[in-house]
Design a protein around this ligand. Structure first.
Ligand code: B1M
Length: 210
């Protein structure tokens, strides 16, 4: 088995220390940082995403795999930057105003990072202007808004409207999600995309950012 396949396998199993050591081993062997990212780490994370979507693995397994991904990225990140490897895209991600739930949002963030995105996390209870200001400041092309309460999902509309009134209108897209959110609600408020779970969020982000 190649070192990159071994890396993917260990990432899927959530073995953070092994993944970190294998990233170093691959670098010592002379593998390109971009190959280590795409054929080792991201390849493993996409398997985890696909299994999560099919309910073959659950939240804890995804969190453990994401932790292993993070451990590998600690070694790789400085080298990717110096090799000029750009992220797939930048996403401003947060939980909307009035809402303190962040477990699902964090999971979405991990899957987005696992798919190669740079995530700018604006946290919980984030007002609409904060999403838009962060997108402008960082050059992100996608905003991801999460809500878990029927009383706060309406604040997603404010994010859409604030963006549409701003200089970023037409340049930045909005993806929404969270337990009470539906495709119909997405269409009703004029958001660009909806994803029902974290793995689908990574797929939808690629579609929207592409
Ligand atoms: Co709260 N809570 N909570 N809560 N809480 C719910 C959501 C609730 C359904 C419980 C219930 O009554 N059965 C209910 C909402 C009812 C409703 O509005 N329909 C509820 C309530 C009422 C409340 C309070 C009002 C309770 C009170 O104080 N009276 C209060 C509100 C506080 C506030 O936000 N202002 C409150 C507080 C809390 C805690 C702080 C105690 C805690 C949150 C801790 C934290 O997040 N750090 C909490 C929790 C843990 C829950 C439950 C039990 C679990 C939520 C969770 O983390 N699920 C929840 C009941 C339940 O769901 N069983 C409940 C796991 C997570 C992985 O799933 O977040 O759905 P989820 O994320 C999924 C998808 O939705 C999707 O991907 C994720 C992974 O696949 N997704 C996206 C999420 N965001 C996305 C964004 C995307 C795309 C996909 O694109 C950007």
């Amino acid at each position: 088995m190649s070192v990159l396949d071994e890396m993917s396998e260990n990432l899927i199993k959530g073995k953070a220390n092994d993944v970190k050591a294998l990233v170093q081993k691959a670098l010592d062997e002379g593998q390109a940082p971009a190959d280590i990212l795409n054929k080792g780490l991201l390849a493993g994370m996409s398997v985890v995403g696909a299994r999560f979507k099919k309910n073959e693995v659950y939240v804890p397994e995804v969190l453990i795999a994401a932790r292993a991904m993070k451990a590998g990225m600690e070694v790789l990140k400085p080298l990717l930057a110096s090799a000029g490897v750009e992220p797939v895209g930048k996403v401003v991600l947060g939980t909307v105003k009035g809402d303190l739930h962040d477990i699902g949002k964090n999971l979405v963030g991990m899957m987005l990072e696992g798919a190669g995105f740079q995530v700018i996390d604006v946290g919980i209870d984030a007002d609409a202007q904060k999403f838009v200001d962060q997108a402008r400041e960082t050059g992100a092309t996608l905003i991801g808004a999460s809500a878990l309460l029927t009383t706060t999902m309406t604040n997603m509309k404010e994010v859409v409207e604030t963006l549409k009134k701003s200089d970023l209108a037409g340049k930045v897209k909005i993806m929404i999600g969270g337990a009470p959110v539906t495709q119909a609600f997405c269409e009703e408020i004029g958001a660009d995309g909806y994803a029902p779970d974290a793995a689908s969020a990574a797929d939808k982000a690629k579609e929207l950012a592409g």
